[in-house]
Design a protein around this ligand. Structure first.
Ligand code: PLP
Length: 375
């Protein structure tokens, strides 16, 4: 971040919390290159009729901006519950759903409620790194749980870690980011049982990418499991990363509990209006998801044909490798004008599924790279 010329104070000169000293803020590079496939965004801009509808709804909301928004976002939660009921094959009502500014805020509220100082959370890594960072930000201790060499959750090892550490919160990301693979429902159930036997603890299933999966959402597992939470987002399948709208589905008691920590009026009237407009266009937006799934499958097939080692993907991105010098490989792809992500997984990079043209540019770049590596 830029400071003024006479800035002499650094973060570590301030009385910041000890656990924040020497740390850097999270964030993928936002470079201005022709093909950006590094943050798992949806490459399709919102369709024009939806843009019009957003403008209408926001105009209506603007007339009341002198007032605070609906603190409980009832209409939005009702529509989200309908969407989940329709696509998740499990009936949910407004009382089962809570919404916030991105699923990152949902996760933060969950950790503020169920984690915090003196408590711990576990995730099976490599996984979504914000789980650990939000744990740090909320003063929750972080435990890095194991994953197998093929990036699946090694169930016996994971069960042992839960029994040993007795975490207060267990994160399961399915499909997992950055690896792309989904977690089988039986594994989630076994981990839930292990977490209840050990503590009992809250189990948060992060389904940010579930709409891209070959399989179904785990929403039906909520039945009879009050300590299970499913977290979702409009950033990926709905193509609305800029909107910042995440939500969770759980027992109504969980929704009541997170209200103890949410800031009053956290979800602006403009956000609520925009999200409601997007939900009116669900069918069109899910049509783009189908195209992206086809492109994702093409990336997997073509990367394998070129000779890369590719992790199975149920998401809108693909992990590939192996590289001896991952940073150099990332840089060579960037030299072709294509930005992918180095998530710090040894020997692996991650590419988000883009438009067919963007994916062609990426495939050309990695074809050239492979020739160089094999030369
Ligand atoms: C697994 C996972 N969960 C949550 C998020 C955050 O999504 P949001 O934009 O809703 O905060 C991401 C974003 O990349 C993600 O990969």
């Amino acid at each position: 971040m830029e400071g003024t010329d006479d800035q002499v104070t650094g973060i570590d000169d301030l009385p910041v919390r000890d656990e924040l000293r020497g740390k850097s803020p999270y964030g993928a590079p936002q470079l201005d290159v022709p093909v950006r496939l590094n943050t798992n965004e949806n490459p399709y801009p919102l369709p024009e009729p939806l843009v019009e509808r957003i403008a209408e709804r926001v105009r209506e909301a603007a007339r009341n901006l002198n007032r605070y928004p609906d603190r409980d976002a009832v209409q939005l939660r009702t529509e989200l519950a309908k969407y989940l009921t329709k696509t998740g094959h499990y009936a949910l009502g407004t009382e089962n759903v809570w919404a916030a500014n991105g699923s990152n805020e949902v996760i933060q509220q969950l950790l503020q409620t169920f984690g915090g100082p003196g408590r711990t959370a576990i995730g099976f890594e490599p996984s979504y790194s914000m789980h650990a960072l939000i744990a740090r930000g909320t003063g929750t201790g972080w435990i890095s749980g194991p994953r197998g060499a093929d990036f699946t959750i090694d169930l016996p090892a994971a069960e042992r870690a839960i029994a040993e550490h007795k975490p207060d919160v267990v994160f399961i990301t399915t499909p997992n980011n950055p690896t792309g693979n989904a977690v089988p429902p039986e594994t989630v159930l076994a981990l839930y049982d292990a977490a209840q036997a050990a503590k009992p603890s809250m189990v948060v299933v992060d389904e940010a990418y579930i709409e891209f999966s070959h399989g179904d959402s785990l929403l039906p597992l909520l039945k009879g499991r009050p300590n299970l939470v499913i977290s979702r987002t409009m950033s990926k399948a709905f193509g609305a990363a800029g909107l910042r709208l995440g939500y969770l589905a759980a027992d109504p008691a969980v929704v009541d509990a997170v209200q103890l920590v949410r800031l009053p009026y956290h979800l602006s009237a403009v956000t609520q209006a925009t999200a409601l407009a997007a939900l009116e266009h669900t069918d069109t937006l899910l049509g783009y998801v189908e195209q992206l799934k086809t492109e994702r499958d093409r990336l997997v097939t073509e990367l394998r044909a070129i000779g890369y080692d590719v992790t199975e993907s149920d998401a809108n991105f693909v992990q590939f490798g192996r590289f001896t010098d991952t940073q150099a490989a990332w840089r060579r792809i960037l030299d072709h004008g294509v930005l992918v992500r180095d998530n710090g997984v040894p020997g692996r990079l991650r590419v988000s599924a883009g438009t067919p043209e963007e994916n062609d540019a990426f495939l050309d770049a990695v074809r050239d790279l492979k020739k160089e590596l094999d030369a």
